[in-house]
Design a protein around this ligand. Structure first.
Ligand code: CAO
Length: 561
């Protein structure tokens, strides 16, 4: 048993770097090379590992401390079994962890050469020490961008450190030859620049001067970014970063250490959705854990999950719900299992989302269609030979168009904080098919007569039953009608066909006694059920919409008004 001081090793040019994470606490058992703290400069972050295995006795650094080589990180009690860690191999990828004098760099072999004039310049990954096959996690530039000397081009990340790779030359980006996820090594081609005429990049350090043989041809220079290996510490690529333009995380790159990123990737956590509580919004271990816990508890949801199940997103997840009952039905009697049809699966998911997301209200009303039905029967008689049969649904489509014109908020869709008011009138109608429910759409119903609508409807209904509807037949709808009139029933609560904001349900008409002021008279009454999205319209508008629709159906001449 011995108390061992764990010090910050040689971390190259990293001096007075801030501790941004402390990954262990007193009492923790640590392994040799286990990361203890994360430090961060303005360009790179790295994890400092323990040189010994043992139990943390005393923590001598805290978040915000500035450390340099030799700073005391913690005291570790090494046990009999916890022998001093072997000195890590110089080639270890966690290059900043354990300095090894023997790993001192050779002079920068791939030293930058000055760009000659305004020619084509290939910028390659410089000598990045023992970093091999490191992933590109951010690309800062795109074709057309002007870059300055030492401006960061990409960020690469190993399992222990991330660093930005700067440009050795100024110029205009002609081509970017890496993308996120690519693995790069020393010499990998990053970008092609059109050199800023005559503005040769300054050689980063006299020691790094390019050998004469490497001097580029004036019109097509091949150069690399400055050697990132610090003088004397090739093992610390991050430490070699010259002071260059951008500061830490830009764009959407989450501010997190490599190990946090690694864990996030392993867990499938979208780090950009995790709120960082560390300095400068840095995502800490606790932030990551809390995010995962919240998702597991159902009190938070990733955007991807929300996109797949917008129902839950809009309404929040449903913590505390009992799991779906698991019943062995065969215990109670014979059963047969069938797969849901493709249509049922798709329409089911859509209906579920719409039912959960949309605050539905349904207003019921009765329309007197006595005269209209007489007209319909007469019309069908007249058109007997043409083969076109007009049902009440065609009149309902026409009447609905008139109501939509009068109440445009029903011919709308919600889009974020805006409502999209449509100036076209495409009306969907629910069609029952052997495979499930589909909603073909009659386009430009305002420009068509009842006969044409009837004909199109019967063609679309046939296509639906035959499973031959194409996407174009079912898209673009403004408002839907679901008619159960051929079947029966009184009223029902149709589910809105998002992103529409209302749907009209229609049931079977029946002859009913109506009081005309003096006596009861038989009137053919059509039950209507209008479901509407309370985010888009209000109850008074819905009642007016229904009343107007009833007026039109009672006297169809009003459609002309
Ligand atoms: N009241 C009384 N009779 C009605 C009626 C109404 N509201 N609507 C239709 N009818 C009559 C028709 O006149 C026709 O009578 P005849 O056979 O004497 O000519 C009969 O009912 C059958 O009509 P239909 O259903 O074939 O024609 P349609 O134009 O009314 O409807 C279609 C076409 C495709 C919409 C319909 O067949 C259908 O699939 N409806 C089901 C929609 C559905 O499932 N909605 C529920 C969605 S929520 O799960």
């Amino acid at each position: 048993m011995a108390l061992v001081d764990v010090l910050v090793p040689d971390i190259g040019d990293f001096k007075d770097v801030a501790v941004i994470e402390v990954l262990v606490k007193p009492g923790d058992t640590v392994q040799a090379e286990q990361s203890l703290i994360t430090v961060e400069s303005d360009k790179a972050s790295m994890e400092i590992p323990s040189s010994h295995a043992g139990v943390v006795k005393e923590l001598l650094t805290k978040i915000g401390d500035k450390v340099s080589e030799g700073s005391l990180v913690m005291r570790v009690e090494t046990g009999a079994a916890a022998a001093a860690a072997p000195a890590p191999a110089p080639a270890a990828p966690a290059v900043a962890q354990q300095p090894a004098p023997s790993a001192a760099p050779t002079p920068a072999a791939a030293a930058p050469a000055p760009a000659a004039g305004g020619g084509r310049i290939e910028v390659k990954v410089p000598d990045i020490g023992d970093f091999k096959d490191v992933a590109v996690i951010e690309v800062f530039v795109k074709p057309g961008d002007q870059v300055k000397v030492e401006q960061s081009l990409i960020t690469v990340e190993s399992d222990k450190a991330s660093m930005e790779i700067p440009s050795s030359h100024a110029g205009t980006v002609k081509e970017v030859l890496v993308k996120l996820g690519d693995k790069v090594n020393e010499g990998s081609l990053l970008v092609i620049l059109e050199g800023a005429g005559g503005a040769a990049a300054p050689a980063p350090a006299p020691a790094a001067a390019a050998p004469a043989a490497a001097a580029p041809a004036p019109s097509s220079a091949t150069v690399v970014a400055p050697d990132l290996a610090p003088a004397g510490t090739r093992t610390s690529p991050t430490a070699a970063l010259p002071a260059h333009e951008p500061t830490a995380p830009k764009g959407n790159l989450p501010h997190a250490s490599p190990s946090i990123r690694l864990q996030a990737r392993a867990l499938g956590v979208p780090l950009e959705e995790v709120k960082g509580s560390g300095p400068k919004g840095r995502i800490t271990q606790d932030d990551l854990q809390n995010f995962v816990k919240a998702v597991m508890a159902g009190t938070a949801q990733t955007k991807a999950a929300a996109a797949k199940a917008p129902a839950a997103a809009a309404g929040g997840a449903f913590p505390g719900l009992l799991p779906w009952p698991q019943v062995d039905f065969a215990k109670f009697g014979p059963v047969e299992r069938k797969d849901l049809s493709r249509i049922k699966k798709i329409s089911g998911a859509n209906l579920h989302r719409n039912w959960v997301v949309i605050p539905h209200v349904t207003n019921h009303d009765d329309a007197d269609i006595t005269e209209l039905e007489a007209f319909r029967v007469q019309l069908n008689k007249e058109n007997e030979k043409s083969g076109v049969k007009v049902t009440m649904l065609a009149f309902l489509i026409k009447a609905t168009v008139a109501a939509l014109k009068k109440f445009p908020e029903f011919n709308a869709s919600l889009d974020g904080d805006q409502v999209v008011l449509k100036q076209y009138f495409h009306i969907g109608f629910a069609a029952d098919t052997p495979n499930g429910l589909v909603v073909p759409v009659i386009k430009d119903a305002d420009k068509k007569g009842v006969l044409q609508i009837s004909q199109e409807m019967s063609e679309l209904a046939k296509k639906a039953r035959d499973g031959k509807l194409g996407p174009a037949d079912m898209t673009g709808g403004c408002f839907s009608i679901s008619s159960l009139g051929g079947i029966g029933g009184r009223y029902f609560t149709p589910i809105i066909n998002a992103p529409e904001v209302a749907i009209l349900g229609v049931c079977k008409s029946t002859m009913e006694p109506k009081w005309d002021g003096k006596q009861f008279v038989p009137r053919l009454t059509l039950p209507l059920s209008l479901s509407w999205d309370h985010r888009a319209v209000d109850g008074a508008a819905a009642a007016r919409f229904n009343a107007y629709l009833c007026q039109i159906l009672a006297d169809f001449r009003r459609v002309l008004l």
